[in-house]
Write a protein that binds this ligand. Structure first.
Ligand SMILES: CC(=O)N[C@H]1[C@@H](OP(=O)(O)O)O[C@H](CO)[C@@H](O)[C@@H]1O
Ligand SMILES: [Mg+2]
Length: 551
């Protein structure tokens, strides 16, 4: 064997020592996340694992993204990307957890065990792509990842600062011999912008649609990349970028806007006024939400559920118009607003499924449809088209037996596919898709909002000594431990008209999340408050008791 596994521990020690005091951590919803000071050894080991994963996957490229997405500035994290841009296979999540938690003295043996169990030949090439967000500690953590890859004699391609979805795209392009596009920043931007311009045509404004978007970049990589896009858009869409230089996610960004239900700081007043159209992306630019303030001064949010309905509705119309038979489905999580689910099933007549939280679950489910639309309420999602769907649409665009109108519609659908980053939710691609549909319909945000009315909802955090005492099932909707908690939740929920509430441990933060919706804002707030206190009492709350959210 050409790779001496002794080098796994002996090499670049300063980058990877696991201290005795280091607590065990888990590969969660989106990889490992914690305070950046505790991550060097995690990064190094994920570098090792990525090299092994590449070898286990016939030397295809594997991605390693260094980011803590929507978390505060002091956190960082790492996630692995599988060959076709998917999240790391679940079985390997366990291997990742085990590898990260062994003491230094056991590292070499643990690597040897993975090689044996997974029949990995260390003579084979290993190819790993590394990207990072704009956090100031990301470059140092990236060094640790690179050293891990090199310790196993893998080949590293460093993409520097990129959005998470860009890295997914690069991995997919490379492993499909560039059939999906070129694995470079220019290739990625060029593909999206060409499709966007073709869909938009010459006329930048239509009906109530105005060519002006206010964009909150969360002081992260989403700002940086959008500034690059603006140059290439060349006026096809006027985007004003805010929050590009401050503290990442601090009082801004998609997560702040969605959780606090308010306009982020750093946006000028005129932006959120009734006529304005604003959007916020998160720290690694894989989610987006839209919003404005109406004439009465009320904040109006158009979140992932809305984006899903807007895009799915438009695509359904196009598919019907060009006369191809394709099965479309929409995938949500328990966090989806009940009113959106009702609207999709009963009005749009599109089947909906509910999966556990985390895009890997949604993505997986969406693969079952010819056209699968999946979005988390927080704005993370995309659309995936099966090979069958792509072929049928391509054929329709060239089919002389169809009307010219039908062929044109099919061609438009092909552009919509090109504008989509199918590999994973992508804030910039999703934003361009939303802009395209609003433009095509001649809609402003009022028009979009009019399709259905959200049930008022609240998302709360509860701090527990150990969040994992809470175990859930049925796509996160039912608590199975501690015993009796679900019955008590049911009793509280029954008091509220249209009430719905569920509780689950977060996979990215050391908290338990409580979701509540009801007929009125006051009821949703009260429901969340009661359930949060129940959890605090029955599951070992720490610190101060949950307080009632402001109305
Ligand atoms: C309620 C919520 O927004 N949860 C988010 C959050 O997961 P948690 O496991 O809830 O912390 O981060 C995930 C990764 O970004 C995202 O997929 C998910 O939707
Ligand atoms: Mg993110």
């Amino acid at each position: 064997m050409s790779v001496n596994l002794r080098s796994v521990f002996a090499f670049a020690k300063e980058y990877h020592q696991k201290k005795e005091s280091q607590k065990d951590i888990q590969y969660g919803t989106a990889g490992f996340r914690s305070h950046a000071d505790n991550l060097d050894y995690v990064m190094y080991r994920m570098g090792l694992l990525a090299a092994l994963r590449s070898r286990a996957k016939a030397s295809q490229a594997i991605g390693v993204m260094i980011t803590a997405s929507h978390n505060p500035e002091h956190d960082n994290g790492v996630k692995l990307i599988d060959p076709l841009g998917e999240m790391l296979e679940q079985r390997w999540e366990q291997l990742a957890t085990d590898l990260v938690n062994v003491p230094d003295s056991g590292l070499e043996a643990q690597v040897a065990k993975i090689c044996e169990d997974e029949q990995i030949d260390n003579n084979e090439p290993a190819k790993v792509f590394v990207g990072m967000d704009t956090r100031y500690h990301s470059p140092q953590l990236s060094r640790a990842v690179v050293n891990g890859i090199l310790a196993l004699k893998g080949t590293v391609t460093e993409f520097g600062i990129v959005t998470t979805p860009m890295l997914h795209y690069f991995v997919t392009c490379t492993n499909t011999q560039n059939a999906y596009g070129l694995p470079t920043e220019e290739g990625y931007m060029g593909k999206l912008i060409a499709a966007f311009k073709a869909l938009r045509g010459e006329q930048a404004e239509r009906g109530n649609y105005r060519n002006q978007l206010y964009y909150d970049g969360a002081n992260g990589v989403g700002s940086l990349k959008m500034l690059g896009f603006i140059k290439k858009l060349n006026g096809a869409l006027n985007v004003k970028v805010f929050n590009s230089n401050g503290k990442i996610n601090f009082k801004c960004g998609a997560d702040f806007v969605k959780t606090n239900h308010r306009v982020p700081e750093g946006l000028p007043e005129e932006a959120a006024l009734a006529s304005g159209r604003c959007c916020s992306v998160d720290g690694d630019a894989d989610r987006v939400v839209y919003y404005f303030t109406d004439k009465e001064g009320t904040f109006r949010l158009l979140d992932g559920d809305r984006i899903a309905t807007l895009l799915a509705g438009y695509l359904k119309d196009l598919i019907e118009q060009c006369g191809v038979q394709l099965e479309m489905g929409l995938v949500q999580t328990a966090y989806a607003n009940g009113a959106s689910t009702d609207y999709i099933v009963n009005r749009m007549k599109i089947p909906v499924s509910c999966t556990r939280t985390g895009v890997k679950h949604l993505h997986h489910k969406a693969l079952e449809y010819d056209v699968g639309v999946y979005f988390e309420a927080n704005g993370h999602g995309t659309i995936i088209y099966s090979e069958k769907a792509k072929q049928a649409i391509r054929a329709a665009s060239q089919d002389e037996s169809r009307t010219e109108e039908q062929r044109k519609t099919a061609a438009r659908l092909l552009q919509m596919i090109d504008l989509t980053n199918e590999t994973v939710g992508d804030a910039i691609s999703d934003m361009l898709l939303v802009e395209t549909v609003l433009h095509a319909k001649g809609w402003n945000l009022h028009d979009w909002l009019a399709s259905y009315t959200d049930l008022p909802n609240v998302l709360e955090k509860v701090y527990l000594a150990d969040r994992n005492v809470i175990a859930v099932t049925d796509a996160d909707r039912v608590v199975v431990a501690p015993a009796g908690l679900q019955d008590s939740i049911n009793e509280i929920v029954a008091k509220f008209p249209k009430g719905r509430s569920f509780v689950r441990p977060s996979g990215t933060e050391d908290i338990v999340r409580v979701y509540a919706e009801a007929d009125t804002r006051a009821n949703a707030v009260q429901l969340a408050f009661e359930v949060a206190n129940l959890v605090f009492d029955q599951a070992g709350g720490i610190g101060s008791r949950p307080v009632k959210m402001e109305g």
